[in-house]
Design a protein around this ligand. Structure first.
Ligand SMILES: [Zn+2]
Length: 442
């Protein structure tokens, strides 16, 4: 019985909220109206922002045309009583001004010489609102390869006509969209295989949304749900990414103290630059406010292990738990994942460390090609000089979360830009390779 109860609860959750029904049409042999389009958005472009009403009287008499509610209340007079001959047509428009969104009807009323009244009702919908999209949490919320079941309902006056799953990075960058089955009564369900444009999502954390279009061309979007992808991958070691073009990744390691960390975030915000933070788990745990701010500001995060050991001195089990601990503290503190980027402390890496990083979902083992030794605290001028003089297209610069380094950020950014190089985060440097597995080679 508990299983049945769960099924019933699930169905209840999925049921589309009741939307008011359109008014049922009423036809008459003597008088009729055509309304095009049957639903319109008063805020749409000219032509599409109104309904054109064509009324034809089949007999002579007095014609009156109104827009009415389901209860027969007139909200707009379209044609005052007018004498018409048999076969005469009147073309009128209704722009919906002054009335709320809803289902209405065009009522055409013909009174003949004997006083007999004939009437038709033709439905028309004023829809100036975006579809309201409801998406229960996709299941499962942690997976290796899917499928993930995504269900959505859209409540809308003119009706949802199309829905798509929008896949975003944990920072809210759109990675791509996946078409969902055509909605039926506003509901659609997708069993998603974690592929975007044919490529599988890399391990990491993502945000899933569902967007719906309605019959008048409005778009609504539901709240985002988090999805964690966790599986073993092959970790690729990289020092520089020349194919990224005129971009240089500034990366900041360790994150020991809150003060310098917040100073660095402020300097990056002022410079309008996104960067990357490779923080140790112990430091994420003791600086949760700065950790959350880092993610909220849109910076890439990567794993730098839990406690900064020489990784080649550890066995595989310890290596993996060092990375896993860092990954889990980021999740509990900031609901974010450092995957798929891993930086070994001291750059101490061998095939075994790479294998452990891959086993924990770190597709990229990120070293560097520019090291200005900022941890020795050279003067700001010297530090800026070292970075700017050595950076090339696709360079990865290793820096540390320190007050002295934060003070050098404006100079580094100016100097790089003066050379035509754009300081970026690893997400921005890698682009799709931050999120999607490489295409399989044929
Ligand atoms: Zn370090």
């Amino acid at each position: 019985m508990p299983a049945l109860a769960a099924v019933a609860a699930g169905l209840t959750l999925f049921a589309a909220p009741a939307a008011p029904a359109p008014i049922a049409p009423v036809t008459s042999a003597s008088v009729g109206a055509q309304v095009v389009p049957a639903a319109f958005d008063p805020a749409a472009t000219p032509q599409a922002n109104r309904a054109t009403v064509t009324v034809t009287a089949q007999a002579a008499g007095t014609l009156q045309v109104d827009v009415v509610t389901a209860g027969g209340i007139v909200v707009r007079a379209l044609l005052a009583p007018t004498a018409v001959t048999a076969g005469q047509t009147q073309t009128l428009t209704w722009d919906g001004a002054g009335v709320p969104d809803g289902h209405y009807a065009v009522r055409a009323r013909l009174t003949d010489a004997a006083g007999a009244v004939q009437e038709s009702l033709t439905p028309v919908t004023r829809d100036g609102a975006d579809p309201v999209v409801t998406v229960p949490a996709p299941a499962p919320s942690v997976t290796a390869r899917g499928p993930v079941r995504v269900r959505a309902t859209a409540t809308d006056l003119s009706g949802a006509t199309a829905m798509r799953l929008v896949v975003e990075s944990q920072l809210g960058v759109e990675i791509g969209t996946v078409k969902m089955p055509a909605p039926v009564d506003g509901a659609s369900e997708l069993a998603w295989n974690l592929r975007v444009k044919g490529r599988l999502l890399l391990p990491g954390a993502y945000r899933l949304r569902v967007a719906a279009d309605d019959a008048v061309g409005r778009r609504g979007q539901g709240e985002a749900h988090l999805l964690r992808v966790e599986r073993a991958v092959t970790s690729t070691q990289i020092y520089r990414l020349p194919e990224a073009g005129a971009k240089v990744a500034l990366t900041f390691d360790d994150c020991l103290d809150t003060g310098p960390w917040l100073q660095l975030l402020a300097a990056l915000r002022r410079a309008r630059v996104k960067a990357t933070f490779f923080c140790n788990g112990v430091n994420v745990r003791s600086n949760p406010q700065a950790a959350r701010r880092t993610v909220a500001d849109g910076h890439t995060i990567g794993s730098h292990t839990w406690s900064h050991p020489w990784m080649t001195q550890k066995d595989a089990g310890e290596q993996r738990s060092q990375i896993r601990g860092d990954r889990e503290i980021w999740w509990s503190v900031a609901k974010a994942s450092p995957g798929p980027f891993f930086r070994p402390p001291y750059g101490d890496v061998d095939a075994g460390v790479r294998a452990s990083a891959g086993a924990e979902g770190m597709a990229w083992t990120v070293l560097w090609d520019v090291d200005p030794s900022d941890y020795l605290r050279p003067s700001v001028g010297v530090l800026v000089d070292r970075v700017v003089s050595k950076a090339r297209p696709g360079s990865i610069v290793v820096l540390h979360v320190e007050a002295n380094t934060a003070a050098a950020v404006p100079g580094m950014v100016r100097g790089l830009r003066a050379q035509g190089l754009q300081p970026v985060s690893l997400d921005e440097l890698f682009g799709r390779a931050s999120y999607l597995a490489r295409a399989r080679r044929g």
